[in-house]
Structure formats: structure tokens, C-alpha cells
Design a protein around this ligand. Structure first.
Ligand SMILES: [Zn+2]
Ligand SMILES: [Zn+2]
Length: 81
């Protein structure tokens, strides 16, 4: 068994002109049409590519992810009691 990480979300179209930056906070590349973007739930990073976010979260928030996994396991145990 492995832990998979479901980042919940729904697609919400944005025009880059309504954003503070038209560049990804991680790779600094400009967003292209139909890029998937997201924000980080653990720190203030707002707009980055979906694939950049995955890497960012794994690299920078390893600890928080593990805490979440453990929290979740505990919750699951309690719901059986
Ligand atoms: Zn990027
Ligand atoms: Zn972050």
C-alpha cells in the first residue's frame, strides 16, 4: 500500500492580467494558455504550475505532508471506535 496525495480542487479559469504575476513562482516561466496552476496550502506561494507545485510540496513540505498522513490515519482509527 502507498500513500497517494489528493489535492482537492476544481478548475477555475483566470486571466493572467487579473493576477499579481504572470510568471510561475517556482520555475519563473511565463504562464501559457491552458496551463494548470495552483497555490501552496503550506506557505504563501500563490500561483505556480501544477507540476511545479507537486515538486515544491514534496521538497519543501515533506514534514507537513507526513504530519497530514499521520493525522489522517489517526482520524480513521477514531472513526472506528
Ligand atoms: Zn512553473
Ligand atoms: Zn509551499
Amino acid at each position: 500500500m502507498v500513500n497517494i496525495l489528493w489535492r482537492e480542487g476544481w478548475i477555475k479559469p483566470f486571466l493572467t492580467e487579473s493576477l499579481p504575476s504572470e510568471n510561475c513562482s517556482i520555475c519563473k516561466k511565463e504562464f501559457k494558455n491552458m496551463d494548470f496552476v495552483t497555490s501552496c496550502e503550506f506557505c504563501g506561494i500563490n500561483m505556480m504550475h501544477d507540476h511545479c507545485a507537486n515538486q515544491h510540496i514534496i521538497l519543501e513540505h515533506d514534514r507537513q505532508i507526513k504530519d497530514k498522513i499521520n493525522d489522517h490515519k489517526e482520524k480513521r482509527l477514531h472513526s472506528f471506535q
